[in-house]
Design a protein around this ligand. Structure first.
Ligand code: PA5
Length: 443
């Protein structure tokens, strides 16, 4: 496939007929809807089901927010935050803030923590900018974004009055349930719906990801087109030899069962750092249950070679590495010759940084393989919307297959409730009286 290539030859895994058949059976389960968690398979055919009307509606809402606000604050956590953050960072110039003229509003995030300093500094930073907010919560009851929304809503209403505030607040939530839905209906906010059958971490291609991205100037039509191309390329009936998601999932599974319990996702492009974070949630929350699952870790290279590089090369041999490699950069920067050559770098004169970066990538790959770290290589042609869309869907599809291969339900997250129960008990939330007494006795 042009938008994404997968090379597993350096993983040391040969695909047996049994492994291929298991991966294909897992892929079929995602399509037949007969596997665990089948209420949450709406993402499988999502990209191809997004029509022009939906894209236009999202772009129209984004245009309104773009016209009104210099800063748009996106409120959400987990799957209601990481996808937009990941793609926005990938598609943006990280130094945009230093440019005197901004093409796009600045998109900031809140509700992904409960830090008082974060909130105070965010509110201070936007003091002199016009603002709007997109509040995202599928359940509509998640504490972190609900707290952030209360504070940001109050600020918007204080600044602009209740009536104008309504046009500066957009809610993305369930079609009928949850406190956010009630609030949005009562207040008359513009709303977008998160489909019932799409879980948070699989929701980047719903309005959850698409609206913030459109506000930030990302071509969401191209993003969805790239995802749709990957949907087709990994569909039911596509042979294992052509199905990159099945190959990635099969390789991971074989490595896992051979004792490789940690997967490190890395890239030599710092703009992709938050793709790692999105991927970590996708795989960690989907696979990590019933005492099973590969632990998803990440590095940004070459930076982390000077921190984690030692461990990867010579630490405990329980990991494998997946590298996202970008074939073509958007810019050109060369190392110039220097007459004095005091730094001894004239051997690089005339070379582009990209070429040097590629040699680092190749050298590291071989060193890590020599050190007992199997390597998978994902290649994308460039950091552009279509390729990123294909990458997102590739990871989603492979995640579903991987979950079924290790025989867990990849679409639930029962484990995230434990901390909430304790937090509510410690905060004396009504209804938690017994838990409150019990937990306080433990302190
Ligand atoms: O993947 C998931 O389901 C979670 O990470 C959720 O996205 C996260 O907990 C936020 O939930 P909500 O959108 O209901 O506020």
């Amino acid at each position: 496939m042009e938008l994404l290539k997968l090379n597993t030859t350096k993983s040391g895994i040969a695909f047996s007929d049994e492994l291929k058949a298991s991966a294909m059976a897992a892929n079929s389960l995602l399509h037949s809807g007969k596997g665990a968690g089948n209420d949450f398979l709406g993402w499988v055919n999502l990209p191809s089901s997004i029509d022009k009307e939906q894209i236009d509606a999202i772009n129209a809402c984004a245009a309104t927010l773009r016209a009104k606000a210099e800063v748009v604050i996106c409120i959400g956590i987990g799957g209601s935050y990481l996808g937009a953050k990941a793609v926005l960072d990938a598609m943006s110039n990280p130094f945009e803030l230093l440019h005197s003229e901004h093409k796009n509003p600045i998109v900031l995030f809140a509700g992904q923590n409960i830090s008082e300093d974060y909130m105070a500094e965010l509110m201070e930073a936007v003091k002199n900018y016009s603002i709007a907010t997109i509040v995202i919560s599928k359940s509509g009851t998640t504490t972190e974004p609900a707290i952030a929304f209360r504070i940001i809503k109050e600020e918007i209403e204080k600044r602009y009055g209740k009536e104008e505030a309504k046009s500066r607040i957009v809610a993305i939530t369930d079609k009928a349930r949850g406190a956010l839905k009630t609030l949005a209906t009562d207040e008359g906010y513009a709303t977008f719906v998160i489909p019932d059958n799409v879980g948070g971490r699989f929701s980047v291609l719903t309005p959850v990801g698409l609206l913030p991205l459109a506000v930030g100037g990302v071509d969401i039509e191209a993003l969805v087109a790239g995802a749709a191309a990957m949907e087709q390329a990994t569909a039911e009936g596509v042979a294992f030899e052509d199905n990159l998601a099945a190959q990635y999932a099969a390789t991971r599974y074989a490595l896992y069962t051979s004792g490789k319990k940690i997967e490190i996702l890395g890239s030599y492009e710092p703009k992709l750092q938050n793709i790692n974070e999105w991927w970590k949630q996708l795989y960690g929350e989907s696979e990590g249950k019933d005492g099973k699952g590969i632990f998803p870790a990440s590095v940004t290279l070459t930076a982390d070679l000077h921190s984690m590089g030692q461990y990867i090369q010579e630490g405990e041999r329980s990991m494998f590495e997946t590298i996202i490699s970008v074939e073509k950069p958007a810019h050109e920067v060369k190392v110039e010759a220097d007459e004095a050559n005091l730094d001894g770098l004239n051997f690089l004169a005339g070379k582009r940084l990209h070429e040097i970066n590629k040699m680092a990538e190749l050298g590291v790959q071989l060193a890590h393989i020599d050190g007992g770290v199997p390597n998978l290589l994902i290649q994308i042609p460039a950091i552009e919307e279509k390729a990123i869309g294909a990458l997102l869907y590739f990871f989603e599809k492979a995640c579903g297959i991987s979950g079924y291969l290790i025989e867990v339900n990849p679409f639930n997250q029962p484990g995230v409730e434990a901390y909430k129960k304790n937090m509510f008990a410690l905060l004396d939330k009504p209804g938690y009286e017994e838990e409150s007494k019990a937990i306080k006795a433990r302190l």
